[in-house]
Design a protein around this ligand. Structure first.
Ligand code: NAD
Ligand code: UD1
Length: 314
């Protein structure tokens, strides 16, 4: 029997990563998760615990990935593709600790790309972010506008995109970068004050606790369901589309106030909504232009916010 192709998913024990692992395992790959479990959980991968095609390795991508992968590639052959999701994901935390953000988010990407260059990986798909844009005036935002990030997190995602492009153009490592907008869905961890707003609001509204909006709630986000994001990741990890950078969003826009009201209503309107001062370094309006996602990667986000919220609450 031919060996199963190996796909590495860095950050594979996290929210988006574990959904990506589910789809890859379902389609018959050998999957190697590299994760330091800083926010990821083994429980997210529990469904595959007894499956020998899943390898879960504790590894800090900021310290390199060669040693972690060596025993597996020795036994099962080379890594074919890498989905690079491991990151410090909070914009607020990056402002508090810019050097940590640089080491994990930019340094981690360089380690992944060095591995890909040295071992001839066929494709690297990378999780960039809408945070690379900064505050934009023209919405929906196009990929080719001048990026002016306003946080260390946005800076290091943009620097990572440049690194991908360097490795693709100079070293012929095929790469695709996806600029995720605000991803939500089951398994997003609500436990930190820096967690994604939908995970926090759904967690609190379920318990009838107060929902706190930073600022007046008029700031908008393009909330995209994790199932739609995983389809984009799988398309990006496939052959072709090297050096492509594509937004991953719905093309729509929802204010944080509208979101709080929608979540509260789905939970029986038992929470009060209060306001606190706005966060520094935040973008105000965000909405993706999704032509490239559709035309180059063949993906259209299909999950309406209301349905995605219901799936998250379930
Ligand atoms: P998450 O925190 O659930 O996943 C991140 C994973 O990376 C976790 O499993 C964590 O343990 C792991 N990790 C962190 N630092 C690591 C390190 N040094 N070495 C190895 N593993 C490490 O977050 P997520 O929402 O699933 O984010 C996945 C990716 O998508 C990240 O790159 C994030 O920046 C990007 N992204 C997410 C969103 C969103 O709205 N959730 C939006 C834009 C971009
Ligand atoms: C999020 C992601 C980031 C990604 C970016 C892309 C997380 C934790 N952050 O950042 O990785 O790169 O999208 O667009 O997934 N808010 C409240 N009350 C709360 C929590 C948040 O009002 O209790 C507001 C925030 O002030 C912000 C909005 O909700 O205006 C969204 O915040 P958050 O979910 O933290 O995401 P982003 O900062 O947009």
């Amino acid at each position: 029997m031919p060996a199963l192709p190996i796909v590495v998913v860095t950050g594979g024990a996290g929210f988006i990563g574990s959904h990506t692992v589910d789809r890859l395992m379902e389609s018959g790959h050998r999957v190697v998760v590299l994760d330091n479990f800083s926010t990821g959980k083994r429980a997210n991968l529990a469904r595959w615990a007894d499956n020998p095609a899943l390898h879960v390795v504790t590894c800090d991508v900021a310290h390199g990935i060669f040693a972690a992968l060596a025993p597996i590639t020795k036994q099962h052959g080379p890594v074919e593709r890498i989905v690079h999701l491991a990151a410090q994901v909070s914009v607020v935390a990056s402002i508090a600790n810019p050097l940590v953000d640089m080491q994990v988010n930019y340094g981690g990407t360089l380690h992944v790309m060095e591995y890909a260059r040295a071992t001839g990986v066929k494709k690297v798909a990378f999780a960039s972010s809408a945070a690379v844009y900064g505050d934009v005036t023209e919405l929906p935002v196009r990929e080719d506008i001048h990026c002016q990030p306003i946080s260390p997190y946005g800076n290091h995602k943009l620097a990572s995109e440049l690194a991908l492009d360097y490795y693709a153009s100079v070293h012929n490592v095929p790469t695709t970068a996806l600029r995720f907008f605000n991803v939500y869905g089951p398994r997003q961890d609500p436990s930190s004050p820096y967690s994604g707003v939908i995970s926090i609001f759904t967690d609190r509204a379920r318990a009838g606790k107060t929902l706190t909006i930073f600022g007046d709630g008029s700031q908008t986000r393009d909330f995209v369901y994790v199932g739609d994001v995983v389809r984009a990741i799988l398309a990006a990890a496939g052959d072709g589309n090297s050096r492509l950078i594509a937004n991953v969003g719905t093309g729509g826009e929802t204010s944080v106030l509208e979101l709080a009201r929608a979540v509260n209503e789905l939970c029986g309107n038992r929470s009060t909504i209060e306001h606190a001062p706005s966060r520094a370094g935040e973008i105000l309006k965000s909405r993706a232009r999704v032509d490239r996602l559709r035309d180059q990667l063949g993906v259209v986000a299909q999950t309406a916010l209301h349905d995605g919220l219901k799936a998250t609450l379930a």
